[in-house]
Design a protein around this ligand. Sequence first.
Ligand code: ATP
Length: 463
Amino acid sequence: MKKKIEDPLKPIVAVCKRRGFIYPGSEIYGGFANTYSYGPYGVELKNNIKNLWWKFFVQSRKDIVGIDGPILLHPKTWEASGHIEGFNDALIDCKECKSRFRIDKLIEDQANEDVEGLSLEELTKILDDKNIKCPKCESKNFTKARHFNLMFKTEMSKTDLENNISYLRPETAQSIFLDYKNVIDTMRVKIPFGIAQIGKAFRNEITPGNFIFRLIEFEQMEIEYFIEQNTWQENFDSWLIDMKKWCEMIGLDSKKLKDAEHAKEKLSHYSKRTVDITYDFPFGTNELYGLAYRTNFDLSQHQKLSKVSQEFIDNVNNKRFIPHVIEPTFGLDRTILALLCDAYRVEELKNGESRVVLRFSKNIAPVKVAIFPLMKKPELTNLSKKIFDMIKNLFVAEYDETGAIGRRYRRQDELGTPYCITIDYQTIEDSTVTIRDRDSMEQKRISVDNILNTLNENFRPEI
Ligand code: ATP
C-alpha cells in the first residue's frame, strides 16, 4: 500500500472552517470541486485586502482610475483576445478509472519535465516514452490527448449571437480594454495612465485545487497601465517594485517571495516579457502574482474586430498611437492563501499548553479588537457593552461574554485579532481595563479614556 502523504494545508483548511473564514462550496450536496465560500471572517479579511489594494493603487495615485466592468462581454471580445483559439489545457482521461488530468501536470509530477507550449502530438509521445501512469489507479490506458477550452460557456436568450453562446470572463483584463476608450473620452487622462479593476474571473480548471490556490471562480485585482512603446522597460521595472511594496504592506514574508522570469518561448501569445512573483506555499513554490508586458496586442485586436479606433490622441505633441500596456495582476484568493500560510502558527505556551494563532498584519486582520467582561455579571457586562459601543463604529470590534476568559483569548488568537480588552472589577473602581497583545500575549492596564487613542496609534494607516 502506498503511504498517503499528509496534505500540508490540512491544519489551515481546518482553522478556516472551524473559525468561519472559508467553507467548502455546496457542502450539503457533497461539495462542488474547486469552489469555496468565504464565511463571516473570510469576507472581512477579503474586504480589508481589496480596500487596501484600492487605496494603494487607485486612490493614492494620480495616474490610475478604477472601473467595475461586466463579467459577460460581447463574444467578439474573446475572438479578438485570442482566448477562443488559444486558452486551452491539454487533457486526457484514464479509461480505467475515468479520472481526467492535465497532461502537462502529469508529466511535470512524474517525469519532472516542463512541457509548456508543446503540441498534443509531442505531449502524447512524452506520455508514452516516460511511462506516465494514472495517479489514481496506476493504469496506462489513456484516451487520446485533446484540447479543452478553459472558458465557461453560457447560453443567452439573445438571438443575434452565434449559437446564443457567451462566455464568463476568464480574466478581468478584457473588460478594462473594452472600457479604455470610454475612460480616455471622459476622464482627461494622459499617457501614462492605468485602469484598475477588482472582480471575478472564471476558469474551467480541472486540476485539483490545493484549497483556494486554484479555483474555478476567483477574484483578480488587475491594472492595465497604458504607456508609449519606448518606455516599456522602465515602466516594467517600476511596476515590479510597486508590486513588492504591496507584498510588504500586507505583511507577506519576503523570504518566501521570488521573481520567476518566463522564458521567451513560453510567453503567452500577447506577452513580450512576463515575470511571476512566486510564493513558497507549503505544497511548493507557485505563482502568486504576474507582471506582463502585453504590448499593444489587445487594443490593436479590438480595433481590428470592432472597427472602432483605439488610438490615443496626444494633442500636445501632435501624435496618435495605440498605447502599449504593462499589466500587474494580483490573484485575491491566492493572496489570502499566502497570508494564511504566513500567519498560521502553533505556539507552545509557558504552562505547557499550545495555541493556534493567526499572526496577520494589523491592517488586514478581520477583527481589530475584542471586548470581554471578565465574568457574565451585569456590573461588568453593562460597562463592557458601553465600551464596545464606543469602539464599534471606528474599529471592527467583537463583544464576547461567553465561557472562560482563557478560551475567549484562544478564540481571538485563532481569528488573528490583534487586541483584546477585558473589563474586570478594577474597572469599576478606577476606570482602567487590560489590553492584551495577540503576539506577545502581554497585558497592560490602560484607562478607559485612553482606549481610542491607543487603538488609533496602533492602527495608523500605513499608506
Ligand atoms: P497558473 O499558471 O497558476 O494557472 P496563470 O498564469 O494562468 O496561473 P494568470 O492568467 O496570469 O494566471 O492570472 C493572473 C492571476 O490570477 C494569477 O497570478 C493568480 O494569482 C490568479 N489566478 C489565475 N488562475 C487562478 C485560479 N484558477 N484560481 C485562483 N486564482 C487564479
